[in-house]
Write a protein that binds this ligand. Structure first.
Ligand code: NAD
Length: 249
């Protein structure tokens, strides 16, 4: 009897890094639950990818929607072997102008969403002795101006990942983080000014933005058996940013 193909759940899968990750998982024969709150974009993305994907509309910051999503994924896909908490939002601005509503919007998706989805999928991951990859950012590794909420949320995701690694290892679950450098996605286009873009190009050892695919490769590696003894780590896929000690622009 042949074994069922392995599965993955990717949040924020309708576009950007999440969509690129979905494509790589499909290429290695996994079936993928694509989770996003943007119903229209999700429908368009999933329609191109065929029967091996299960699109589920869900706002990861809402406990009721996350619980319903978990049920749909278990019914439609079966047990989840790999979880990629990728959904994220960015909002850059000076501390004085970051009112509480802006702060909360960032925290709700970037931090609460990782906690909620991981907790919902925990029984599956225990059963599969699976892997979690949370998407942080170089903004979570280094402080700089304008990123009070975004940078703090990503630093918290890094610590949450270490907590998961520490506590869930006994169930065979590995938890790691990918910290991307700048990537040309809708998210980056919204917050990277012309000055920020130019500064990144000059300062990064590789002198360019990364591609969605390059980040996805790091994510898929950490989910795979090739990383079977790696847990609690942050893999910076960042064009050399972290190695240089340069400041974030
Ligand atoms: P993107 O904006 O292209 O895609 C993000 C996706 O997440 C969108 O489809 C959006 O609808 C979805 N999403 C947002 N909030 C959601 C919610 N509450 N519930 C469900 N879905 C939600 O962004 P991206 O650049 O591909 O970002 C992916 C991840 O990578 C994010 O966590 C981001 O912080 C991180 N990241 C991006 C960069 C970059 O330069 N692009 C750098 C470092 C880290």
């Amino acid at each position: 009897m042949s074994e069922a193909p392995s599965t993955a759940l990717v949040t924020g899968a309708a576009r950007g890094i999440g969509l690129a990750t979905t494509r790589l998982f499909l290429a290695e024969g996994r079936r993928v639950a694509m989770i996003d709150r943007d119903a229209e974009a999700l429908e368009v993305a999933a329609a191109e990818l065929g029967d091996a994907v299960l699109p589920v509309v869900c706002d990861v910051s809402r406990p009721d929607e996350v619980a319903a999503m978990g049920e749909k994924v278990r019914a439609g896909l079966g047990r989840v072997d790999a979880l990629v908490n990728n959904a994220g939002v960015a909002d850059f601005g000076p501390i004085a102008e970051h009112d509480f509503a802006r702060w909360r919007r960032v925290m709700e998706t970037n931090l609460d969403g990782v906690f909620l989805v991981s907790q919902e999928m925990l029984p599956d991951l225990r059963a599969s002795r699976g892997a979690i990859v949370n998407i942080a950012s170089i903004s979570g590794l280094r402080a700089s101006t304008l990123r009070v909420a975004y940078g703090t949320s990503k630093a918290a995701v890094i610590h949450l990942t270490k907590q998961q690694a520490a506590e869930l290892g006994e169930h065979g679950i590995r938890a790691n983080c990918v910290a991307p450098g700048p990537v040309d996605t809708k998210l980056a286009l919204a917050v990277h000014s012309r000055e920020i873009r130019a500064a990144y190009h000059d300062a990064l050892p590789l002198n360019r933005y990364g591609s969605e695919r390059e980040i996805a490769e790091a994510i898929v590696f950490l989910c795979s058996e090739r990383a079977s003894y790696v847990t609690g780590q942050v893999l910076a896929a960042d064009g050399g940013f972290e190695a240089t000690g340069i400041g974030l622009p």
